[in-house]
Design a binder for this molecule. Structure first.
Ligand SMILES: Cc1cc2nc3c(=O)[nH]c(=O)nc-3n(C[C@H](O)[C@H](O)[C@H](O)COP(=O)(O)OP(=O)(O)OC[C@H]3O[C@@H](n4cnc5c(N)ncnc54)[C@H](O)[C@@H]3O)c2cc1C
Length: 436
């Protein structure tokens, strides 16, 4: 294949993966990133002594392309296995454990009726059968579950207590999705591949290790916000800022690896159907308070049922490590997040959070040393009912003929690091196919 000049816009894990694969194909690739750091929603930051993640904290084990890439980058020794990850949950004096990888132990959840327990076992068999038909890196592989909300699907198939005590706290606590706002497609494309697994992974130096390893092999230009990508006849035009100066380039091809909701503001000359698709890409946002503590603390993690009073969906105690104090991770519920956004001070959400943390940790007031309110404007794409079908149609249209502008990102595959990696690989494959 003739070597092409390709600009990748966005240095999240999908853009870096695409750039890396395209460079391996012999193309001349430049990555332009708006921020002063690469990795997007995968990496770590630090404010004073407080360490926090910009996004992902775990790598799921079920994605062959991602695990293959980790190996290829020589990062396997950096993987830190985390076994039997779960959270405590409780309601009305009853306490139970929610395992992130559901299994037989989930049957011990108190309050489930006999019928619900029996349905749970039968459902396990149904999920196992779905393993060969679904792909955890591809939301559209479960497109037949796209019409019903996850809340209605779980209540109908497994029972209302399974929804209330297991699925809802997990989805609100990890993904900040309310089950009534998304379809069952994410659940049905990923859960079959979690059965029998009990291990997820972190990286020794943090999730940022993976983007860092990729960026080290690439020409990544930071602090270069792209202001326009113009498409039409011939080569695309990319306009961006570099050290305050406006620069325009005409590469052969562009890969837009930005969050999907930003595309319509960035790409000029979109076809009407594609514009309609991008207008339908939405993300949730998230507020987190990170507290640094003066003395060490035992590890703990807690999710909350919907009827728990207070603004938290996840509460985590993280023990001290060399160079880092003990910390508390306090994540807002979707409702508390909306309330904060609608208030006069959208970053002022730590007051109600501190009240709830005090109830969970009596020594909090005397132990609290510092805090940082983090807001993530675009946490995850919202896979609302109907989204997977629109996505399938968009991907089919994209594959129907060679393009000058390609797209990748989690919103085109799965709302996980693994989905973003697969999407980056898919775009490199599409370019190889279209421009061979
Ligand atoms: C709080 C949180 C927790 C998560 N937890 C997990 C988890 O535990 N496990 C998991 O698998 N996934 C998790 N995820 C999801 C995962 O982080 C994402 O799916 C994945 O990182 C998305 O990668 P991406 O490349 O698609 O997008 P992004 O990482 O968002 O990359 C887009 C990049 O484009 C850049 N950009 C935007 N506009 C421009 C412009 N105009 N010019 C130049 N650059 C631009 C952005 O700065 C960014 O770097 C989590 C996400 C969040 C936010």
């Amino acid at each position: 294949m003739q070597s092409k000049a390709i600009i990748v816009v966005g240095s999240g894990i999908s853009g870096l993966t695409a750039a890396y694969r395209l460079q391996q194909q012999g193309h001349r690739v430049t990555v332009l990133e708006e921020q002063g750091r690469f990795g997007g929603r995968m990496g770590e930051g630090r404010i004073r002594d407080i360490q926090f993640a910009y996004g992902a904290r775990l790598l799921y084990p079920f994605s062959k392309p991602t695990i293959g890439l980790v190996r290829e980058l020589g990062l396997q020794p950096s993987l830190v296995p985390i076994r039997k990850l779960g959270a405590d949950c409780g309601q009305g004096g009853e306490n139970w454990r929610i395992e992130l990888m559901p299994g037989v132990q989930s049957l011990l959840t108190p309050g489930l009726s006999l019928a619900e327990r029996a349905r749970f076992i039968a459902f396990g068999a149904r999920l196992l059968a779905l393993r060969t038909r679904t792909n955890p890196d591809d939301l559209t592989s479960a497109v037949e579950y796209d019409d019903e909300t996850l809340a209605s699907f779980i209540a109908r198939v497994l029972g209302p207590r399974v929804l209330e005590r297991m699925v809802e706290p997990t989805f609100r606590g990890t993904r900040s999705w309310n089950p009534e706002e998304i379809s069952a497609a994410f659940f049905m494309s990923t859960t079959p591949h979690l059965i029998g697994q009990d291990t997820v992974y972190g990286f020794r130096k943090g999730m940022g290790e993976m983007p860092q390893a990729l960026a080290a092999l690439l020409d990544v230009r930071l602090n270069c916000p792209v202001t326009a990508i113009e498409t039409g006849e011939g080569k695309p035009r990319v306009t961006y800022l570099a050290q305050g100066r406006q620069v325009t380039e005409e590469p052969d091809l562009v890969v837009a690896a930005v969050e999907g909701s930003l595309v319509r503001g960035l790409v000029h000359g979109l076809e009407a159907e594609d514009r309609a698709f991008f207008e339908g890409v939405r993300y949730n946002s998230l507020g987190i308070v990170h507290y640094a503590l003066g003395s060490d603390i035992a590890p703990a993690m807690r999710f909350f049922t919907r009827d728990t009073k207070g603004p938290l969906s996840t509460y985590q105690q993280v023990p001290a490590r060399p160079g880092r104090p003990a910390q508390i991770y306090a994540q807002l519920t979707p409702e508390a997040e909306r309330e904060a956004l609608a208030s006069a001070n959208p970053l002022g959400f730590d007051g109600p959070v501190a009240e709830q943390v005090k109830d969970l940790l009596p020594a909090f007031e005397t132990n609290r040393a510092d805090s940082y309110n983090q807001r993530i404007a675009r946490k995850l794409p919202i896979f609302y009912p109907g989204y997977a079908r629109k996505l399938r149609a968009f991907l089919d249209r994209q594959a129907s003929q060679p393009r000058r502008v390609y797209y990748c990102g989690d919103y085109l595959a799965q709302a996980l690091v693994t989905g973003a990696v697969s999407s980056g690989m898919a775009v490199a494959q599409a370019i190889a196919r279209d421009w061979a």
